[in-house]
Design a protein around this ligand. Structure first.
Ligand SMILES: Cc1ncc(COP(=O)(O)O)c(C=O)c1O
Length: 397
């Protein structure tokens, strides 16, 4: 056994989260794509069967009350809240991340406009996942603002008294770079603007601290590190103090203060409920609720510590097993700048990833030349991390 394989055994033996793997349905595949689609939590299939057979099949419409369907968006939001450092009552679950980016950004610009200042500009992360950029462009047109794309590092210098809102990604989806949420949020506030964060690649992988750092609005998906399943509903965080001013651009009947009053005029519900739109996607939502049970008794700090240990170990194994210069890591070496993935650049990345997948190591490829490996600390171990790096080395040779 190689030195690194021996070390992996020791690291697995000392891993306090190792037993959590049994909470998931997994096999011999080394699954390093939980930053795209999290693995299936073992409790989900029976729960979904119960929701379909009993709640829908037998209770039918009574389930809106008796099975808690109606209140699911805020109840599940409160379950996600501690994972992103938020007190209860500030998160609703529903719609896609894209739709929540739209709600959050337009609402942020409307709030900035209330101050009476001439806040004519929206800043968007130039390195963003594309959907955020497309939606920011549309939000700017709808609200009559101009949109400027800048990298997160350029944000402090780009801020001015014209800035209405800034839309940023907490972790870059391609490189795995973790941005300075506390520092950038403080800079945005110092300029009198609002901060909107996309947490897709950080929630469930590292501490976010939404309340602690005074984030105004945030969105995120639940199908990556929260393991909610394909197309699981996203969430929207609206900081408590801002909720009375949150003016949704999608004021559906589900966010009305009296939805069954069927009033022709709209009066928003108090609190985070204002982020709701239409009838919740109950089957996906209750699958997500079951999936979140894997977090019972798990601390995000322990998850973060293991995530850094896994990515450090993977990088060490890759440099031991791969010819120097064959791949270049685009993931920062410094822990403060690293999310929970390792991204390696090489010209033939697409072909290499196909071969890796055929050998049971599943990561993904991002155009044009990036191999992405996501590390979900709840179910990825050190021995399989060593195996993945060894097979990668063989395929690159
Ligand atoms: C940072 C980020 N934002 C948004 C999305 C996608 O949003 P949606 O859930 O609307 O597909 C992704 C998907 O991977 C993402 O990585």
């Amino acid at each position: 056994m190689s030195e690194l394989a021996l070390q992996a055994e020791k690291l697995d033996a000392a891993d306090e989260l190792a037993a959590l793997r049994t909470r998931f349905v997994l096999d011999e595949t080394v699954y390093l794509d939980g930053n795209s689609l999290g693995a299936l939590p073992a409790v989900v299939p029976d729960r979904v069967a119960d929701v379909v057979r009993r709640q829908w099949g037998e209770l039918r419409i009574r389930s809106w009350d008796e099975s808690g369907w109606w209140t699911a968006p805020e109840r599940i939001g409160d379950r996600i809240a501690p994972l992103v450092g938020a007190a209860a009552g500030q998160i609703v679950v529903g719609d896609s991340t894209s739709v929540n980016v739209f709600k959050a950004l337009v609402a942020a610009v409307r709030m900035a406009g209330e101050e009476g200042a001439d806040r004519t500009e929206i800043l968007v992360d130039a390195t963003t996942f594309p959907t955020d950029g497309y939606i920011a462009e549309s939000a700017a047109r709808l609200t009559g603002r101009t949109l400027r794309a800048v990298t997160p590092a350029e944000v402090p210098a780009a801020l001015s008294d014209r800035t209405a809102a800034v839309l940023l990604n907490h972790v870059d989806y391609r490189t795995g770079r973790l941005h300075d949420l506390p520092g950038l949020t403080a800079a945005i506030h110092a300029a009198g603007a609002l901060a909107v964060w996309d947490l897709c690649h950080s929630a469930g992988a590292l501490p976010v601290g939404l309340d602690e750092h005074g984030v105004d609005l945030a969105v995120g998906c639940t199908y990556k590190y929260l393991n909610g399943g394909p197309g699981a509903p996203a969430y929207l965080y609206v900081r408590q103090e801002l909720q009375p001013r949150f003016d949704s651009p999608l004021p559906g009947w589900n966010s009305h203060t009296d939805p069954f009053g069927m009033s022709p005029s709209y009066t928003p519900a108090p609190g985070a409920l204002r982020g709701r739109v239409g009838t919740p996607d109950i089957l996906s939502m209750l699958a997500l609720e079951a999936a979140l049970e894997v977090w019972d008794g798990v601390s995000v700090a322990a998850v973060r510590a293991k995530s850094l240990a896994l990515t450090d170990f993977f990088l060490r194994c890759v440099s031991a097993y791969t010819e120097p210069g064959r791949v270049e890591s685009v993931t920062p070496g410094r822990h403060e700048e690293r999310g929970s993935q390792v991204a390696l650049r090489c010209a033939d990345a697409g072909e290499v990833m196909k071969r890796l997948i055929s050998r049971g190591v599943v990561g993904d490829f991002r155009h044009p030349d990036v191999l992405r490996f996501g590390f979900t600390p709840l179910y990825v171990g050190f021995a399989e991390t060593e195996r993945a790096a060894r097979i990668l080395g063989e395929e690159l040779a």
